[in-house]
Design a protein around this ligand. Sequence first.
Ligand SMILES: [Cu+2]
Length: 155
Amino acid sequence: MLKRFFCGSALLCLSALVVAHEYSVGQLEIKHPWARESASAASNAGVFMVIHSAADDQLLQASSDAASKVEIHEMKMSDGVMKMRPINAVTLPKGGVTKLAPGSYHIMLLGLKKPLKKGERFPMTLTFAKAGKTTVDVKVEDMTYQAASSSHEGH
Ligand SMILES: [Cu+2]
C-alpha cells in the first residue's frame, strides 16, 4: 500500500508504522488491534488483530485494565451452532498470517469496566511464547466496522 513507498529510511519507516497502527515484536508483526464499540448494556467485548509471523510462535496470554478478565477464545461450529470457548494459545505458524477476527479467534474482554466508545484506544499486553511481551493500543471502531485487514495484506 501507499505508505510502504515512503519507507526509505528507518525514521520514515517508524512514522509509517505509527500511522498504520502496527507493532512488531521479535519475529511478529501485529496489525491494527481493534475492538468494536460496546452496545450500552454489553459487559464483554472481543478484540481482533492480524498477526504475521516470520517464525513459529504462540499467543499465550492477553491482559488489559479495560476488563476484569481477559481470555483467548475461539469460535467453532458445534452441533450446528457457533460457540466460543477459551483456549490456551493461538498457534502462529512460521510464514503465516493469523487473523483474530469476528467469528474466529479473538481476545475476549470479560467484565468491561466501562463501555468501549468509538475512537478511544486502550492498552493491552500480549504475551507470546517466543517473542515475549508487548503492549499494543487497541482502537475502538464503530459497530458496523469490518476488519479492513484483508485489503492491506498484499505483500
Ligand atoms: Cu469470546
